[in-house]
Structures are given as C-alpha cells and as structure tokens.
Design a protein around this ligand. Structure first.
Ligand SMILES: C[S@@+](CC[C@H](N)C(=O)[O-])C[C@H]1O[C@@H](n2cnc3c(N)ncnc32)[C@H](O)[C@@H]1O
Length: 344
C-alpha cells in the first residue's frame, strides 16, 4: 500500500487514527511489509502490501467459517463463479454491469467494494474511474484479495486492498462517494452492524448497492424456488428490510440474476427523514401530523364524544381547532385564577 494512504484508514475498534509503527519492506512507493499502530498501542500487520484489521473477535461464527472457506476455494473461485449466472441462463458480465450501473459512478469518485473477493466486479468498477479516484477493495479473506490484486495489477487508477470484517470498517464516517457489495452480506456475522457500517462510511448523497442470493416469497412454492433453496439454504434467508439503516433514501430493491438475487440500492441521507409535520390538514378532523402525534391527552366518555361530534359539526371549525380552543381557554382560566390566588 502507498504510505500516504495510511492516513485515510482508521482503527476500526477505537476509530482513532493510525500511524506507521514499523516498515520492513518496500517495492518502489509501495509498503509491502510493515505494522500500523493506533493511539492505544494496538497493532495491525501489513502483509503483501495489505493491512489486516481482523482481530480474534471479528473471526468468530460466520466470519471464521467464511475466512477458512474462501481461503480453501480462492484458487479455483474464478474458474467456477460463472456457474452462479449460467444456472439461471444469465450473462455474468451483463448482471455485474447492471448492478454497478446503480452506483452512478463519476470518474473521480472514492469507492469502497466490500467482500470484493477475487475482483470480478472490482475490475468493472475500476474501468469506470480515473486517476483522481480512489478504489478500496476490502475482504475478510487475504487469499481472495491476493487474486484480486493480481487481476488489477495493471489498472492505473489508485487502488488499495484491505483485509477487514465488513462489520468493522477501518474508514472514517462519510469518506466514500459510493459503496458496492455483491454476495457478501449473507456471510456477515452481524448483519445489522454490517449494513449500518455501509451507510456510515458513505457521504450524504452517495450511493450504496448490495446484493445477495434470495428466493423471493412469490417463488418459494415453485419447483424453481425449492430447487434453489434445496441447493443452498441461504436462498431462504430473509430479505434484510428491517436492518436497512435509517439514513437510506429513495431505496429500490429488485430481484435479478434468475430472479433469485435481491439488489438494494439507496442514497445515503442524514439521520431519519425530515417531515413538514406542522402543515394544517384540511377536513373535519383537522390538526397536523405533529398535533395528532404529540397532542394526545386522556380519553373522554362515549357520551361526551358523541356530543362533541354533534356540536363540532355545527361549528365551522375542524375537530382539532374546536377542541384546541376549548381546552386552551378552560386551562388558561384555571391557570390565571391559580396565579391570582397565589399572589393574594
Ligand atoms: C461469494 S464471494 C463474492 C466475491 C465477489 N464479490 C464476487 O462477486 O465474486 C463472498 C466474499 O465475501 C467475503 N466475506 C465473507 N464474510 C465477510 C465479512 N464478514 N467481511 C468481509 N468480507 C467477507 C468472502 O471472503 C468472499 O470473498
């Protein structure tokens, strides 16, 4: 990795900055072997030019399985991955390009690909960027990333590789313009955290695109759907609607690649959406979204309610306005009287 890019990384645990502790081997401008250190003395090794941020806590459960599994198939992954598309009579290049289109990349963007693997999508993303961009390729498997590095070795755009867990990204908030992840989400050991991390590191206005295998509800009872689920139970995992971060805006989801892979794309916003909830609503009920939500007080008897509805209809006011004025007037009377008694 380029030493000047170390300042663009942070410690994923403490979110503090990282410094070069030791550098042992360079190849031209690239640091090949070295050690990074955070402000509490915790160290991360750089091996083959790739910093490894995974700690023992990252490598439990699913993550430990994924790291071992992908180490064991890294060598043959590229020979076999076309099957993931041919099974459904799809063209791999078309599907990958369609998903990457959703990133709406500009040539100078800073892009993070999570679970980048051997780089089949990394190569396409790189082809859409220029020398002023940054492409960061992250995976939990050093073996998969080694193949990615080999694939991209002649690419002339600034590219860096990082071994880390998708659930603990070593980047500052809002650093990237776009984030992409194909077929990684299903392996995340903490899916809500992984999806939150995606939104955290992308700037407001930037795009997040992620995709995973999934037989949608309407295909669950077909032979087609059952055959897919029978082959790999991940096809039956729930679509992670409830874990989509609150910052997601204009979210779209569609099923592509044989209709058995969902693709989410959304624009990152700030916090929860803002509403214009003080707008007075027309009609008999009246009031605003805010008065209806915040203005609730104790219920009344059915008899009083019936009378109130009858009486309100004889006024020109909405129920909200009528009640608000009556209650306000009565409350004011009592409060003024109480104040007067206090002063006497
Ligand atoms: C099915 S492969 C997909 C690779 C690549 N995106 C592609 O399209 O060919 C899944 C990738 O997810 C990575 N992965 C699994 N768990 C991960 C995690 N917790 N954090 C980051 N990457 C992970 C694996 O190492 C593997 O490279």
């Amino acid at each position: 990795m380029k030493t000047q890019n170390i300042s663009k990384l942070i410690c994923p645990k403490t979110k503090s900055e990282l410094k070069l502790f030791k550098s042992f081997e360079y190849s031209g401008e690239n640091l090949i072997i070295g050690t990074l250190i955070n402000n509490s003395g915790y160290k991360y090794e750089i091996v083959n030019g790739i910093p490894d941020f995974t700690t023992l806590t990252d490598l439990t459960g699913n993550a430990s399985f994924a790291r071992k599994y992908y180490a064991s198939i890294a060598e043959t992954y590229d020979e076999n991955v076309h099957i993931t598309f041919e099974l459904y009579n799809e063209n791999e290049s078309n599907i990958r390009n369609r998903m990457i289109d959703l990133l709406e990349l500009k040539p100078n963007f800073k892009v993070l690909e999570v679970s980048a693997g051997t780089g089949k999508d990394s190569e396409i993303i790189a082809s859409r960027l220029n020398k002023n961009s940054e492409l960061w390729l992250l995976d939990i498997s050093p073996e998969m990333l080694a193949h990615n590095m080999e694939r991209l070795k002649n690419v002339e755009i600034p590219t860096e590789f990082v071994v880390a867990s998708a659930c603990s990204l070593p980047f500052a908030d809002n650093y990237f313009d776009a984030l992409y992840c194909f077929a990684g989400v299903g392996h995340f050991p903490d899916l809500p955290k992984g999806l939150k991390e995606m939104a955290r590191v992308v700037r407001p206005g930037g795009k997040v695109v992620f995709s995973e295998k999934n037989v949608p509800e309407w295909l669950r009872d077909t032979e087609y759907g059952k055959i897919c689920i029978n082959n790999n139970s991940m096809f039956a995992d729930p679509v992670p609607f409830k874990h989509i971060p609150i910052e997601a805006r204009d979210l779209c989801v569609k099923w592509i690649n044989g209709n058995v892979h969902y693709v989410f794309d959304y624009t990152v916003g700030v916090g929860e959406p803002n509403g214009n909830f003080d707008i007075e609503l027309p009609g008999e009920r009246g009031g605003t979204f805010n008065t209806r939500y915040y203005g609730k007080i104790e219920g009344i008897t059915l008899e009083t309610k019936r009378k109130a509805i009858e009486a309100q209809k004889l006024t020109t006011k909405s129920m909200h306005r009528w009640l608000d004025e009556i209650i306000n007037r009565e409350a004011e009377k009592i409060l003024v009287k109480a104040k007067k008694n206090e002063m006497d």
